[in-house]
Design a protein around this ligand. Structure first.
Ligand code: ASP
Length: 296
């Protein structure tokens, strides 16, 4: 594994290896020391959980962490991103954790030649991929269910603009799960083979083992969205959440839009903070594998 760009680049073996390694980090039975590795975070979009948990993971691996700040960098003097990264590589950066609004930029950058080898980790690209989120979601689900056969997951919310949905679908399709997506017609987006699409909450929630809620991503939506009608038809409430269903959300939550506030106090919602916690171990596992592959 040289980069982590997209779920489709991973074999099932690699997914299981990431799971196993994350679990060892969580249990404290694996310790890694990457004292010679230099990892830069480059976030061109806002982030709380992803950025902080990558930073925590880098620290826990004893690697060296550098936060690239686009606003105060020479990008503002007109330097292009490839030249910027090539210079970071010359300075000694071995890995870059990047979030960007462009769907394809990280793949294009990863294909280029640099002063010395650089591993790229996709921390969210546009609307199409957020592989580390999907891997931590898988880790969270698998820790709870052990056997995923025939489990039903309903992903509800702004599917059309969600890189979290895209990466989760790509990952969970490898397992024998039933994947449902629920959204109003204008937030469903392009349909993916093997996924069942619903516009009616009652049908989509029936017998669901996992409900994964998504944020309405106002910053990516051009057209008018009727929030009141969304709340009325799709908000997760104490009444419509299936009993014992595992509730997930990648964060940030728009409280009282996609999920009613009082639901967040229920036992079912404990998972959401566990997703954030598990993100550290999963990101440790990914960086550990990439840095070890570079001999660092
Ligand atoms: N934090 C997730 C992402 O970056 C989900 C969201 O922003 O709604 O894609």
């Amino acid at each position: 594994m040289k980069h982590l760009l997209d779920i489709s680049n991973l074999t099932i073996d690699e997914i299981n290896q990431i799971y196993a390694r994350a679990s060892e980090f969580e249990k404290g039975i694996r310790k890694s020391n990457h004292i010679n590795a230099h990892v830069a975070t480059m976030f061109f979009e806002n982030s709380t959980r992803t950025k902080m948990s990558f930073e925590m993971a880098i620290n826990k691996l004893n690697a060296n962490k550098y936060d690239f700040c686009a606003e105060t960098s020479s990008l503002n003097k007109g330097e292009d991103l490839y030249d910027t990264i090539n210079n970071l590589s010359a300075i000694g950066v071995n890995a870059i954790v990047m979030r960007h609004s462009d769907n394809d930029l990280i793949k294009e950058l990863a294909q280029k030649k640099y002063y010395q080898d650089v591993s790229f980790v996709n921390a969210g690209s546009g609307t199409n991929a957020h592989p580390t989120q999907a891997l931590l979601d898988y880790y969270t689900i698998k820790k709870h269910f052990l056997n995923l056969d025939d489990k039903i997951i309903t992903i509800v919310g702004d599917i059309a603009h969600s890189r979290v949905a895209m990466s989760n679908i790509a990952l969970l399709k490898n397992f024998n799960m039933k994947i449902r997506c629920l959204a109003p017609e204008n937030l469903i987006g392009e349909k993916i083979e093997g996924v069942e699409y619903y516009t009616n909450l009652k049908d989509a929630f029936e017998n669901a083992d996992i409900i994964m809620a998504l944020r309405i991503q106002k910053e990516r939506i051009q057209e008018h969205i009727d929030i009141d009608s969304y709340i009325q038809n799709y908000q997760i409430t104490k009444d419509n959440l299936p009993y014992a269903a595992f509730l997930m959300h990648p964060g940030p939550i728009n409280k009282d839009i996609e999920i009613a506030s009082d639901v967040l106090e229920m036992q079912n919602a404990k998972t959401i903070l566990n997703q954030a916690r598990n993100g550290v171990f999963v990101r440790m596992a990914i960086l550990d594998m990439l840095l070890s592959a570079q001999g660092l």
